[in-house]
Design a protein around this ligand. Sequence first.
Ligand SMILES: Cc1ncc(COP(=O)(O)O)c(C=O)c1O
Length: 436
Amino acid sequence: MSAFREDGAAALDWLASYLEDVLERPVMARVEPGEIRAALPPSPPDAAEPFAAVLRDLDEVLMPGLTHWQSPRYFAYFPSTASDPGILAELLAAGLNQVGILWRASPALQELEEVTLDWLRQLVGLPEPLHGHIEDSASSGLITALSAARAAAPDRRVVVCSEHTHSSTRKAARLLELEVRETPVDDAYALRADDLDLADACAVVATVGTTSSTAFDPVAAVADRAGEAGTWLHVDAAYAGSAAVCPELRHHFVGWERADSVGINPHKWLCVPMDCSAFFTRRPDDLRRAFSLVPEYLRVSEEVVSLSEFSSPLGRRFRALKLWAVLRCHGREGLQAIIREHVRLAALFAQWVGDEPGWELSAPYPFSLVCFRLEGSDERNQELMERVNESGEIFLSHTRLGGRFVLRLAIGNARTSESDVAFAWDVLRREAATLD
Ligand SMILES: Cc1ncc(COP(=O)(O)O)c(C=O)c1O
């Protein structure tokens, strides 16, 4: 057997064992800053080493420094699942090593990306015609959206959003030298459409599924106002957009079909491994106005617009392969079942919290994130989070809502079951009992 086949089989075997046993590992990495660096040789080897040495050091040196996003007991931030078809397709994409700098450089890469994005559009119930392409992240998608908005209205230099917009909106605005104008939120942490001020605004960003609490901004009302003002509407549905594969959850998204652009991260809640962020737009010509720059060496006779004309990078990875594999191997029904189960588990957890004396829910839970806290001081809640995470049994994160420190339990790993959520609740109550 060639070394490639032998090493490949060993790597796949290693990964299969890892995924089988990941539940046994402490979810959050237990290392001090610099510890992993200190365990690594400061210089590269002179002589070639076997691939087995890489696998060995992955186990012995790097493993303690890994936080296990693939663990069913990972509840921090927004979880991400690399499902089996996504992992295998990612391996194939690495082996094929397509570099999509223009259509001719990989016609299949471009056309599969166009088709899979149209499949995703159909799955989430967005209308035609929408142009879709894949970005590495929702943050890059924000830069794309705001660049197009600025190119479409160069005299307007303001971006409007809620105070709960993801920091990527502010970062994109900063890079593009646009001013950010925040709109206040209501009791459910959603943007107040009545308070929108779109004067001089080239763009307004509405979020469905905010990062802090998964609040959903009133997209239809924002779309009305954006339409009147001629302002570009970007809907950031990086986390929650995947939930729109379930028709019964689409009421949270009403109005996004009128957005100028929409971002959804299949690498968050749709079982696609990092990285894969879908970007849809009704105004592809405005994206091209901002980004199209075709140098002589890329000019060809084919009359095809390459995907590199719609955003910043020239070369693109074959990301569509893993999205295609996941959509095919799970199917609409498989993906719906996963999302529905997560939404059910979040409601169940919220019920346990709500019923337990001494605990309180901190925000509505329209999707699969529950924000909650122990009654009492912020310090008590922070100490609880630290103890729970240090136990290694589960991993969760926090936010601030209404100025208070709040715990977030985000359910989104496809391997998470009811027993994992019940386990998390047991760990939380056990650690809370040791606080006073
Ligand atoms: C609502 C929202 N928008 C944007 C982002 C940024 O995502 P990315 O890491 O893909 O840039 C996040 C990340 O969690 C998010 O929750």
